[in-house]
Design a protein around this ligand. Structure first.
Ligand code: SF4
Ligand code: SF4
Length: 323
């Protein structure tokens, strides 16, 4: 039993799936950036990319479920040539489902992305955008030279389309720490972001999500290079907050990889913790179309030491702090 599972047991807690409300689809690992904290190890040289045939398979499955929301992630998900097709198809299901795009902002200025903001607004796609600080230094240290200015220009453009202003066009920002420490309180940081971005750049947005850096993939490599791996892992373990377990996103989310494989979350995906058929010994690896949505509730979530990243301090999820 891993340390996280043991800790849950010590607190008489369990981590089981409930009814699925969100399908998170990772459409590929290519990205125009190579951020230090990236848990995907995404970058321009990655070739993994979901095909249209796989998307159609997923859409067929989704259409037969009551899942309310689709959360599209990557890499930079917009670099998948079928990204707009996927959004349009999800929106044309009966009933249409809510769509979220995990957008790195600079993608708006990449070749071939003309009209991206307008497309997202037209389809009322909720934007969740990374901006790890309201000033350039921390942003460029984590995400690359020139990223801050481009991100601000993207936010200003999205504001002109109504994002952050029209209640149907929600735009949230994501903060993550610049190093091996936990995020500060979400509410006060949100207010600081709002004040600074409005005052200096005229930018408005809806919510700020504070997210803990997960010791997975590129951030794990960074920690090892800095000699901080064990110290950071201990920080997360010692900050375990049992009150965060109820709100963990893996309760009501299914995560799908670029080939349609199923995981409990995007972190488990990057650690190759694909679902297996539990009814067989050496059970076969499962793809979304193997899953009966009615059978998901009650299934145990696969855990590992990285899960302490979601339960440290105020907790952390794709929707920010949990407490
Ligand atoms: S953190 Fe996001 S923007 Fe940065 S490399 Fe990873 S996928 Fe790309
Ligand atoms: S990493 Fe977080 S979201 Fe993923 S299974 Fe562990 S606790 Fe759940």
């Amino acid at each position: 039993m891993n340390r996280f599972a043991q800790t849950l047991r010590d607190h008489s807690l369990s981590l089981l799936h409930t009814q699925t409300r969100v399908l998170q689809i990772n459409v590929g690992k290519r990205c125009n950036q190579t951020c230090v904290h990236c848990h995907v190890n995404a970058g321009p040289a990655r070739t993994e990319m979901m095909t249209r045939a796989t998307m159609d398979h997923i859409l067929d499955w989704l259409s037969q479920t009551a899942i309310e929301a689709v959360d599209i992630t990557g890499g930079a998900p917009e670099l998948n040539p079928h990204f707009r097709y996927l959004v349009e198809q999800v929106k044309s299901l009966h009933p249409p489902r809510h769509v979220m795009d995990r957008c790195n902002l600079t993608i708006l200025f990449e070749p071939g992305q003309d009209g991206l903001g307008e497309f997202l607004a037209q389809h009322e796609v909720e934007i969740v955008a990374s901006l790890p600080c309201y000033g350039p230094e921390n942003v460029e240290q984590q995400r690359g030279i020139g990223v801050f200015d481009k991100s601000i220009r993207a936010l200003q453009h999205l504001n002109t389309l109504g994002y952050g202003i029209n209640p149907r066009l929600q735009m949230h920002l994501v903060y993550n720490p610049a190093g091996a420490f936990l995020p500060g309180p979400q509410a006060s940081l949100e207010q600081t972001y709002k004040d600074e971005l409005k005052q200096h750049f005229g930018v408005v947005f809806n919510r700020l999500y504070t997210i803990t850096n997960m010791p997975v993939q590129r951030f794990a490599t960074f920690l090892r290079h800095q000699g901080q791996w064990e110290e950071y892992q201990e920080l997360l373990v010692n900050a375990f907050n049992p009150g965060a377990v109820d709100g963990l996103m893996c309760h009501n989310t299914l995560n799908v990889g670029w080939r349609g494989e199923v995981y409990d979350c995007d972190f488990n995906q990057m650690l190759n913790m694909q679902w297996q058929d539990e009814s067989e010994r050496n059970g076969k690896s499962l793809y979304l179309w193997d899953i009966d949505p009615a059978q998901v509730a009650g299934r145990p979530v696969l855990t590992g030491d990285h899960c302490f990243g979601c339960t440290a301090g105020a907790g952390s999820s794709c929707g920010g702090a949990l407490i």
